[in-house]
Design a protein around this ligand. Structure first.
Ligand code: 5AD
Ligand code: SF4
Length: 487
């Protein structure tokens, strides 16, 4: 576990520290005492269940939440309904995500009637919406703790207060300039990790709720990012993913401004780090300097996620994306030209208000031309509070669904063709899992361009980068053969 501290030093402090993260370490020490006491009464460990939905940012936040709970003495469980503590880290990017949370809460509520000691916490993007919190206060009164994205670090303080007071705690911040790091984190993979380089978003795409729930853009200081990566590398990490809603505008609001490409070059210099990924890029901010940095790098992976959203300049304008179809195509083609082995992936929204058949055809045209290695396709989801929710001409569900199905079919067909290109090549693969299948040990790993490869291996390969000869395409992944180490 990362950032562990000796909690006994915090147990009997005469005053509660005001500074972060010391304040939270103090509360963790107090919770640990209560957990231990309860554990002795019950004669079994206290368990914590945690659910994370949404993007890489949420996954990273969840590692911190889980790290804190383990540090407090809870034991992780996958038995949600029998857990002593349940936390949902929520997402609100599309309506479905919200509906799922309400559905699960209903089940959890009836379970809590039988086990009133169960503590239920909700956090993440969905909680930053006032209508959601009002609904939970009214219809899901059994929820114990509600907090948001800006004060994710406060879990220990809120949990301790709830243990002492037994009343619903709601703590939502509108925005913050505070960045609290260095809390314990339980990493999912020992060999790869996400690293936040910035929080929030200033772009206000008209369909998107993120700027409202994640607040304004804040870049972390480069020294802090580099320190975190060095610590991760010392802890066995070989691949990092730099995370931000719009990494291409990294550093603009730092005291000493720095570009994302400059940050990448500094990350590249860290010895022992083998692979660098990043997510997400906005086409309007992607610079030639970044393309050059990628081209010259030995560590930056051959993968770029470049959300298109729509192929129609007219729709892009109403989405407030601030690029045209032509600009996007030019950019994507330049990237393919400069870095020929790159995989381009994208996000596309279908059924944005006012999208005509012609607009949709333009999206299909861009897809045909750019030939994405993979694409995430979404049905437009109306998010209350965003400008697009009030646009006239909302597209009927059946029309949007038909377009969505056509797009998905095209995207998948192209992806399957693209996933033939590397047959016969010998590539480096970072092994992410090894398991037994049909009496054989099979390893699964990722190429630099993010494609998965499946091959016969052994447990010792887990977390290592190994050469694999690609033998067969399976549509969206490959089969291969492990080759002798090149030394
Ligand atoms: N409806 C559908 N898709 C959306 N996205 C963001 N907001 C919405 C919405 N209201 C998609 C975008 C973004 C991805 C993370 O989610 O394509 O790039
Ligand atoms: Fe949402 Fe646009 Fe910001 Fe991405 S860039 S998080 S789509 S507002």
């Amino acid at each position: 576990m990362l950032n562990e501290r000796d909690l006994t030093a915090y147990e009997n402090l005469p005053v509660i520290p005001e500074n972060e993260p010391e304040r939270q370490f103090y509360y963790m020490a107090q919770i640990r005492k209560l957990v231990k006491q309860r554990q002795e009464e019950l004669g079994r460990p206290l368990t914590a269940y945690h659910l994370c939905v949404g993007c890489q940012m949420n996954a990273k936040d969840s590692e911190k939440l889980l790290g804190v709970l383990l540090e407090c003495g809870y034991v992780e469980t996958d038995q949600e309904l029998d857990a002593d503590f349940v936390i949902y880290n929520t997402c609100t990017i599309r309506e479905n995500a919200n509906l799922k949370v309400y559905g699960r809460l209903g089940v959890l509520g009836s379970k809590k009637k039988q086990n009133p000691d169960m503590i239920i916490a909700l956090c993440g993007c969905m909680m930053q919406e006032k209508t959601v919190v009002d609904k939970i206060r009214k219809s899901y009164k059994f929820v114990d703790i509600i907090f948001g994205t800006h004060n994710n670090f406060k879990l220990p303080e809120l949990l301790y207060n709830r243990m002492i007071n037994k009343e619903m705690i709601v703590d939502i911040w509108e925005d913050t300039t505070m960045i609290v790091e260095d809390l314990p984190a339980k990493r999912v993979y020992p060999f790869k990790s996400g690293v936040n380089i910035m929080y929030g978003c200033n772009n206000f795409c008209t369909y998107c709720i993120v700027p409202y729930v994640r607040g304004r853009e804040k870049s972390r200081a480069p020294e802090e990012i580099l320190d975190e990566i060095r610590r991760l590398v010392d802890d066995g990490v070989v691949e990092i993913m730099l995370l931000g809603q719009n990494v291409n505008s990294y550093g603009k609001n730092l005291e000493t401004p720095m570009t994302f490409a400059e940050l990448l070059q500094k990350v590249e210099e860290i010895p022992g780090l083998e692979r660098i990924r990043f997510m997400t890029s906005h086409p309007k901010d992607l610079s030639d300097e970044l393309i050059e940095a990628m081209k010259n790098s030995k560590k930056i992976c051959r993968h770029l996620h470049l959300p298109l959203q729509s192929g129609s300049t007219e729709v892009l304008k109403r989405m407030n994306r601030r690029y045209t179809k032509e600009h996007y195509i030019e950019l994507a083609e330049k990237i393919r030209r400069e870095i020929p082995d790159i995989a381009l992936t994208t996000d596309i929204i279908v059924g944005f208000p006012g999208e005509t058949e012609e607009d949709f055809e333009e999206t299909m045209e861009v897809v045909d031309r750019i030939r994405y290695e993979s694409a995430f396709t979404f049905l437009y989801s109306k998010r209350t509070g965003t400008p697009a929710a009030k646009f006239e001409d909302q597209i009927p569900k059946e029309v949007a669904q038909k377009r969505f199905d056509r797009l998905l079919e095209r995207v998948q067909a192209i992806a399957a063709e693209q996933c033939k290109k590397d047959v016969g090549k010998c590539v480096d693969v970072l092994v992410e899992s090894v398991s037994e299948e049909d009496c054989k040990m099979m390893a699964t790993g990722r190429m630099s361009n993010n494609t998965m490869v499946h091959f016969e291996g052994c447990k010792e390969l887990y977390g290592r980068i190994v050469p694999v000869q690609i033998t067969e395409s399976k549509g969206f992944y490959y089969f291969g053969t492990l080759m002798p180490d090149r030394g």
